[in-house]
Design a protein around this ligand. Structure first.
Ligand SMILES: CC(C)(COP(=O)(O)OP(=O)(O)OC[C@H]1O[C@@H](n2cnc3c(N)ncnc32)[C@H](O)[C@@H]1OP(=O)(O)O)[C@@H](O)C(=O)NCCC(=O)NCCS
Length: 202
């Protein structure tokens, strides 16, 4: 089913009432960590992306669609792909001018069109500085604000204690345990369902 807000070309998307959703392209969203922001991926990020993303410790906690090994061609494809999307839903986590991670939303379709799944990763050299937490907080606010979504959720592998901590610090609530939710790295994996809900914001 096609997500309500996903488009394959720049040019914008509209809400149910026909009003345009502003593209978040040119804006960098400052994070609560010094010298850090969320911004669109751009040409020139490729080397930083390979350096940060080519890590099995990242791959083993994310979807298989995230390549491993992560090559320069993967980075080039990712940057080019994101140049075609409107609204922008995938952001580089930029720290000190470098793309050190990523955070994105997968907006639901049909009756799920006011919800999104959030995903994120940070290059290992940048772990522990609060970047993921700050990015999740900022992206969730964009989802509730500009994108007018009411629910942002994440399925986190039950063994991924760092990510659970990120979600809890970002105000997400645990809604349940999803047994056998994924088949990852040769094993069936349970996941925890976390969500932030913003019903009644007007
Ligand atoms: C999970 C991940 C995004 C965290 O990024 P980060 O920028 O280091 O996160 P933050 O610094 O905002 O917060 C991490 C928190 O987890 C804690 N933490 C780290 N490792 C931990 C562990 N093994 N057990 C418990 N807590 C842990 C940190 O201490 C910190 O909490 P604190 O601020 O209370 O001290 C990063 O490790 C990563 O990219 N992992 C691989 C990909 C992934 O798991 N993505 C999420 C999929 S749901």
């Amino acid at each position: 089913m096609r997500p309500r807000l996903r488009a394959t070309q720049r040019g914008g998307a509209t809400r149910d009432d026909g009003t345009a959703i502003e593209l978040l392209t040119s804006k960098a969203v400052r994070l609560s960590v010094p010298d850090a922001c969320l911004r669109p991926f751009r040409r020139g990020d490729e080397d930083d992306l390979v350096e940060a993303a080519n890590d099995r410790e990242i791959w083993k906690n994310v979807r298989d669609a995230f390549p491993h090994p992560y090559t320069r061609a993967d980075a080039e494809r990712w940057v080019a792909y994101n140049e075609t999307l409107a609204p922008i839903v995938n952001f580089a986590i930029d720290c000190e001018g470098r793309a050190v991670g990523g955070a994105g939303l997968v907006i639901g379709g049909d009756v799920h069109r006011r919800t999104a799944e959030i995903g994120y990763w940070i290059g290992r050299s940048w772990w522990g500085r609060g970047l993921a937490t700050a990015a999740v907080c900022a992206l969730t606010e964009l989802a509730f604000g500009e994108l007018q979504l009411v629910r942002v959720f994440a399925g986190v592998f039950a063994h991924n204690t760092a990510s659970v901590r990120v979600l809890e610090k970002a105000g997400f609530e645990r809604e349940g345990l999803m047994r056998g939710w994924a088949f990852k790295d040769g094993a069936h994996v349970d996941a925890l369902l976390y969500a932030r809900v913003s019903l009644g914001r007007g």
